[in-house]
Write a protein that binds this ligand. Structure first.
Ligand code: DGY
Length: 431
C-alpha cells in the first residue's frame, strides 16, 4: 500500500457522500449559465478543455447540463473549424490578457488559439450514459467535432505529431518542454502590461515574468497576423510538437470514429488521421531521456523534458513497456502521483504550476489509459493517489506531489469533475 492509499484508507474526516456533494456544489457554483468557469477570480471565462471535463462531471448528476456545456463551447467555433481555448462571454477586468488583447473571435470574442481536444472523448462518455436521450444532442455536435479535428489535421499536424503555436495551446503553460523553444524569443517590444494572475495566486506557483513576456509577445504576433494560420506557420518563432496534444488528439480521433460509426457516418477520413498519428507519435520518443518528449519544429531538437504528458500514451492506445517502468519509478518517489515533471529531474519545482505539481485531470487521462491497456496495478495506484489527494487536500487546481499542499486556484471545476467522474468511490462503483 502506498502512503497515499494509507491516507485514503484512514480518511474519515469527510465521507464519500460529503465529497460528492462538495464536488457537485463546486460545479454548480462555477456555473455561469450554460458554461462553467474553471474557478472564480483567476479564470473568469470559459476554457476549452476545462469545459469538456466540466461536462463530464455534470454528466454524473445532470445529463442535460452536461450537453449544454459542450454546446456552449462549440457556439464559439470559428468558420475554419477551430474551437478557441478561451471564450470571453462577459468582460471581466480580473483577467489578463482579455478580449481587447487577443482581438479575435467570430460569434463570440475569443482567444486565437485552441487547446487539447478532449471534447470528443467526453462527448462519447456522456453519450454512452444514455444513448437514446443523447442522440439528438450528439448528432449536430458530431459535425462540429469533425470540423475541429479536421482543423487540427490541416493546421497543427506535422510529420505525424500535433504541434502548438503557443504554450497556452498545450494547456501545460510553463512546462519545461517549451523552455528551449522560448529561449530565442525576442520580448523587447512586448510593452507594459499588468498581470492579474499573481493578484489571485502566490507568484511562486505561477509562470515567471520572462514566461509571461513570451506568452504576450506570441499573442501580439498572432494578432498582427490576423490569426491567419498560413502566416503563423510561416513566421512564428514558436512551433513545437507536443506529446499532450498528440496523444489527446489520437484518443479523441478514436472516440470520434466510434461516435461516427454509431451515428451511421462514413469515418474513412478519421481512419487516415488515426493512421498518421499512430505512425508519427514515435517521432516524439526521446531515447536519451526515456520519454515521449516535445520537439521544437523550428530547430528539430527534442526538449529533454520528462513530463507527465509521456504517460498519456496508453490513453492514446499506444503501448510502451519502457514508459510503464518509468511511471512506476516516479510513483515510488512521491506521496501523490503523478507529478507533472520527474521529481529526479533538474527542473523539478513541486509547487510551480506545470514544473512539478500533480493535476487531477492529467491523472484521470493517465489512469483511464492504463486501465484500457490492462495495466491494472498502475491504474489503481494513480486513481487511489488522486482520490487520497482530493479527500485530504480539497478541490484545488493542482497540488504538491510531495505533501499534497493545494496550489493555484481553489474550488476548481475540473478537480470536482474528475472526482465525480472517476476518482470518487461512488464513480468507481458505477465504472
Ligand atoms: C492562464 O491565463 O494562466 C491560462 O492558462 C491561459 O490559458
Amino acid at each position: 500500500m502506498t502512503q497515499a492509499m494509507t491516507l485514503a484508507a484512514n480518511h474519515d474526516a469527510a465521507t464519500t457522500a460529503e465529497l460528492d456533494a462538495r464536488a457537485k456544489a463546486i460545479l454548480r457554483g462555477n456555473d455561469r449559465g450554460g458554461y462553467t468557469v474553471p474557478t472564480e477570480g483567476l479564470y473568469p471565462y470559459q476554457w476549452n478543455w476545462d469545459s469538456a471535463f466540466a461536462a463530464w462531471g455534470f454528466a454524473a448528476f445532470d445529463l442535460d447540463r452536461a450537453w449544454v456545456e459542450l454546446e456552449t463551447l462549440f457556439s464559439g467555433q470559428w468558420a475554419n473549424g477551430m474551437v478557441p481555448h478561451i471564450l470571453f462571454h462577459r468582460e471581466d477586468a480580473g483577467y489578463f490578457p482579455g478580449p481587447d488583447v487577443w482581438g479575435a473571435g467570430e460569434t463570440i470574442p475569443s482567444s486565437g488559439i485552441s487547446q487539447p481536444p478532449v471534447a470528443a472523448t467526453m462527448a462519447r462518455a456522456i453519450f454512452e450514459r444514455d444513448p437514446q436521450a443523447g442522440a439528438p444532442r450528439m448528432a449536430p455536435l458530431y459535425d462540429k467535432l469533425l470540423a475541429w479535428h479536421r482543423w487540427f489535421y490541416q493546421h497543427r499536424c506535422e510529420s505525424g505529431a500535433c504541434c502548438i503555436t503557443h504554450p497556452w495551446e498545450s494547456g501545460r503553460d510553463n512546462a519545461p518542454d517549451w523552455d528551449g523553444a522560448l529561449k530565442g524569443i525576442d520580448t523587447s517590444n512586448v510593452g507594459p502590461y499588468t498581470r492579474r494572475d499573481t493578484s489571485h495566486v502566490n507568484p511562486d506557483m505561477r509562470p515567471t515574468k520572462r514566461d509571461y513576456d513570451c506568452y504576450i509577445t506570441l499573442v501580439q504576433f498572432g494578432r498582427a497576423c490576423d490569426w491567419d494560420e498560413a502566416e503563423i506557420l510561416a513566421n512564428s518563432p514558436f512551433r513545437v510538437a507536443d506529446p499532450t496534444m498528440t496523444f489527446i488528439l489520437l484518443r479523441a480521433h478514436r472516440d470520434l470514429k466510434w461516435l461516427g460509426t454509431t451515428l451511421g457516418h462514413d469515418t474513412t477520413e478519421i481512419d487516415g488521421w488515426i493512421a498518421e498519428l499512430e505512425a508519427g507519435v514515435e517521432s516524439l520518443w526521446n531515447d536519451d531521456v526515456g520519454v515521449y518528449d516535445a520537439r521544437d519544429l523550428r530547430s528539430g531538437e527534442l526538449a529533454g523534458s520528462p513530463s507527465n504528458a509521456s504517460f498519456l500514451c496508453w490513453y492514446a492506445g499506444v503501448s510502451s513497456p519502457k514508459t510503464e517502468a518509468r511511471l512506476a519509478r516516479i510513483l515510488s518517489k512521491v506521496t501523490y502521483g503523478v507529478p507533472s515533471y520527474d521529481p529526479e529531474g533538474p527542473l523539478f519545482d513541486h509547487m510551480r504550476y506545470w514544473r512539478g505539481p500533480v493535476w487531477g485531470m492529467m491523472n484521470t487521462m493517465i489512469g483511464m489509459g492504463l486501465a484500457d491497456a490492462g495495466l491494472t496495478d498502475l491504474a489503481t495506484q494513480v486513481r487511489d493517489d488522486t482520490a487520497a489527494l482530493i479527500a485530504d487536500h480539497g478541490f484545488a487546481e493542482y497540488f504538491s506531489p510531495l505533501d499534497g499542499t493545494p496550489a493555484g486556484g481553489g474550488t476548481f471545476t475540473w478537480t470536482a469533475a474528475v472526482w465525480l467522474g472517476w476518482a470518487s468511490p461512488s464513480a468507481q462503483k458505477g465504472a
